[in-house]
Design a protein around this ligand. Structure first.
Ligand SMILES: [Ca+2]
Ligand SMILES: [Ca+2]
Length: 173
């Protein structure tokens, strides 16, 4: 599944580059400075299934496998996208980045992994997310990153979601 989107914020354009290993790398660079951290905790080499402590599809043994780490690409896709066919759970609030995002084999989300309103994917809901959100204010259409309740309009109902999660942090933040 193709998961693209662009965050338009003041002075910069950053995206959720879609389907590839490179896309995840770009996202990680955007989120933090990962220059000192290895990328091998992110996906399974060769097939790009994102690792997760909540479960990741093992296509060799055809079962869900639990990992010791979780990829930051889990629930890091465009907040305005539908989850598609991803495994439903209260923890799964956003579509995953990567090849399997939106599909039935999408990697599962650990509890508290990603606030819906953490538009900048930096692990906390704060003014930077409001900055990103405001660029979509009163926009209409599908797949808008600021459309947190996914009703094709960016308005106060979406802002209320940010307000309700103010300073909420990811478990890894
Ligand atoms: Ca997800
Ligand atoms: Ca909305």
């Amino acid at each position: 599944m193709h998961i693209s989107g662009t965050v338009r914020t003041a002075g910069r354009t950053s995206g959720w580059p879609s389907t590839t290993e490179a896309g995840c790398i770009l996202n990680r660079v955007y989120v933090r400075n990962y220059s000192t951290q290895p990328f091998d905790d992110t996906w399974l080499s060769g097939n790009y299934y994102l690792k997760s402590t909540a479960g990741r599809w093992d296509q060799v043994n055809l079962r869900w496998q639990v990992d010791s780490v979780t990829s930051l690409c889990v629930d890091a896709g465009n907040p305005g996208y539908s989850l598609g066919s991803e495994p439903a759970s209260s923890s799964n609030v956003r579509i995953n980045m990567g090849n399997y995002g939106g599909g039935i084999r999408a990697t599962k989300t650990p509890a508290g992994w990603r606030p819906l309103s953490d538009m900048t994917n930096d692990g906390i809901v704060d003014f930077k997310d409001v900055d990103a959100f405001c660029d979509y204010w009163l926009d209409t259409g599908s797949d808008l990153a600021g459309d947190l309740n996914r009703n094709s309009t960016v308005d106060f109902a979406d802002f209320a979601k940010i307000a309700s999660q103010w300073y909420l942090e990811s478990t890894w933040h």
